[in-house]
Design a binder for this molecule. Sequence first.
Ligand code: SAM
Length: 287
Amino acid sequence: MNKQDDQQRGSGRVRPGRVKEVTSLTNPIVKDLRSLAVKKFRDQQGVFLAEGLKLVIDAIDLGWTIKTLVYSKAGKGNSLVEPVAARTIAKGGDVLEVSEKVIAAITRRDNPQMVVGVFEQKLQSLSSIKPQGNDVYVALDRVRDPGNLGTIIRTADAAGAKGVILIGDTTDPFSLETIRATMGSVFAMPVIRAPETEFLSWRKGFSGIVVGTHLKGAVDYRTIPYSDKPVVLLMGNEQQGLPDQLASSCDRLARIPQEGRADSLNLAIATGIMLFEIRRNALKLVP
Ligand code: SAM
């Protein structure tokens, strides 16, 4: 498609099954894609952006629905990009070949990746999860920082956790920053969203152990007696820590002893330490 075609297009949509060439930043499709940097528009369309060829391939392989594949001119004829474009078209998605300027504008990066995918959002509910054996879930109270959330999803994946539960009003798991920080783990790790009241009532029927982390926690994290039951690891908000109603719902409150001047650890670091301690215990429990 040439520049004139580009400008004549009014609908902002391309028909599936064909590669469209787009070079103008004012093209309605590009405007649509750029708007996905804003949560309101992501939610309206029920989609999000994932950058990078590996992430896009992983997401498709794991069954995520691709709506649009965007690649820069450098990707044209690329032996790895072409099959992804073919798979996108086969699944009824759109494929756009764009200038580097356009892909930089969509991803808000100076050095953008060659490939970006637009995927359907997917969240799970508490009622859909069925903890068993020594499954581990991480529950995050009102996590604010996208980098922390993405790092925790990545770490939870690496530690073998079964899901990440977002309690209350949290940062958007589908923001560009969060998705980047997950390094692809978001596609493998179920993310569950629940208001605090729903989490508390679900927790009443949960037969495993809920370990909260608290700076005033009485118990050193290395002394928690894990059994072969499922574990929910409950982490507090970056500024306020765990509020009383969540802290009092825990079976144990654990503290990671610290040295030095810092009054607390970064949330993602504390989550990583706890998750690998729980994993160490789980491995010891395996006969
Ligand atoms: N000012 C907050 C407070 O008083 O709780 C600090 C919150 S801290 C930055 C965020 C979360 O990380 C905490 O709620 C807790 O879940 C976890 N955390 C940080 N340092 C910890 C430690 N030494 N032991 C246990 N949990 C810790």
